[in-house]
Design a protein around this ligand. Structure first.
Ligand SMILES: [Fe+2]
Ligand SMILES: [Fe+2]
Length: 346
């Protein structure tokens, strides 16, 4: 028998029966531990099986799931593992500290998704939506995502990803090791003008937001891997190895939570491209509307944005290195840093 495809908001927001709450590094956090001692993400008791069921139903209708893996990232993030390792060995942790701070701030902003509302799409779509992920965006999918990122507004006692990143940062560096930085106003691909003129403008904005968030989640995945590797490097954070291990565990728990976000957004974007859209008197395949914009999103987040960020970060690191080590020593470190750059022009 096929898994059910219709769920209530209450079901999609329900959590496992935790035998132990999630407390770490002095914080009360979301999620918890089940009988076998493993960590289980919040609000995933029904949400995860539901996302899988919608994905399978889509494939049974003959549509693939779009790729939402790190294979989409054409360029590696900057600094790379080796570059961070070099900086940290010279006692230069500010670049990593800043990345962790900015990541925590941006995660916190994700709480806005709790208030996101999709309009009724059924009048615009030929296929029935009641048994799709798209049909459940307002039935807890947006809310659960927002609560995972920045905390559940209905239960503000429990910290979410913002707190978890700050905790991880403070575990490896110690509190107030460097000044706090501000996060950029937006990390999305923003464009002037229309890219899906077949759709009402508000809907285009919503779909672009979903695609941006999906690519931001994909980018985050590569940052998780980098952090775990750095925190677990026995050569680094030598005077606080135990705390660094706990920081890596924290990042792994965030990573586990994020998987459900990639999961439902992957299904949602795949569904949007599978639908037949009513555009005035005509019927337009979703692939025509969605695919060109998705391709631009992948290109921008996977390459363009990373190149821009690498240039910006390189300049910031230069200032940090010179301020900490002086010009002569600083230049030597920067030469080493650039020699490790796999993307620098020959
Ligand atoms: Fe998150
Ligand atoms: Fe997320």
């Amino acid at each position: 028998m096929n898994a059910p495809l219709r769920y209530t908001r209450e079901q999609l927001l329900s959590s496992h029966a935790y035998v132990q709450p999630h407390e770490a590094a002095g914080y009360r956090l979301h999620g918890g531990f089940v009988g076998d001692g493993s960590y289980v993400s919040p609000r995933t008791l029904v949400r995860w099986p539901a996302v899988r069921a919608w994905g399978e139903a889509l494939q049974q209708r003959g549509w693939p799931l779009i790729d939402a893996s790190s294979r989409l990232l054409e360029r590696e993030g900057y600094p790379t593992f080796e570059q961070h390792e070099l900086l940290l060995k010279h006692g230069l942790g500010q670049a990593l500290w800043n990345s962790l701070t900015v990541t925590g701030i941006i995660e916190g902003r994700g709480q806005n998704l709790c208030n996101a509302v999709a309009p009724d799409l059924q009048p615009l779509v030929v296929e029935p939506l009641a048994e799709t992920a798209v049909g459940h965006l307002n039935e807890g999918l947006f809310y659960a995502h927002g609560a995972d990122e920045g905390g559940d507004p209905a239960n503000p006692v429990l910290g979410a990803h913002d707190k978890m990143w700050f905790a991880a940062r403070d575990l490896v560096f110690g509190k107030n090791a460097y000044p706090l930085v501000e996060a950029p106003a937006s990390i999305s691909r923003e464009v002037d003008g229309r890219e899906m003129p077949q759709l009402p403008e508000g809907l285009e904005q919503l779909f672009r937001m979903l695609m941006n968030v999906l690519m931001i989640e994909v980018r985050a995945e590569s940052f998780f891997a980098l952090c775990c590797r750095l925190f677990r490097d026995p050569e680094l954070f030598r005077d606080r190895r135990e705390d660094a291990e706990l920081a890596a565990v924290m990042v792994e728990r965030i990573r586990a939570d994020e998987a459900s976000h990639v999961g439902y957004l992957q299904v949602v974007v795949s569904e949007l491209r599978s639908f037949t859209w009513r555009v005035g008197e005509k019927f337009v395949p979703g692939t025509e509307i969605i695919d060109p914009v998705w391709a631009k999103m992948v290109e921008w987040h996977g390459r363009t944005q990373r190149e821009l960020a690498a240039d910006r970060t390189r300049k910031e690191i230069e200032e940090q290195v010179v301020a900490a080590k002086g010009v002569a020593k600083g230049r030597l470190i920067l030469t080493e840093l650039d020699a490790l750059d796999t993307h620098a022009p020959a």
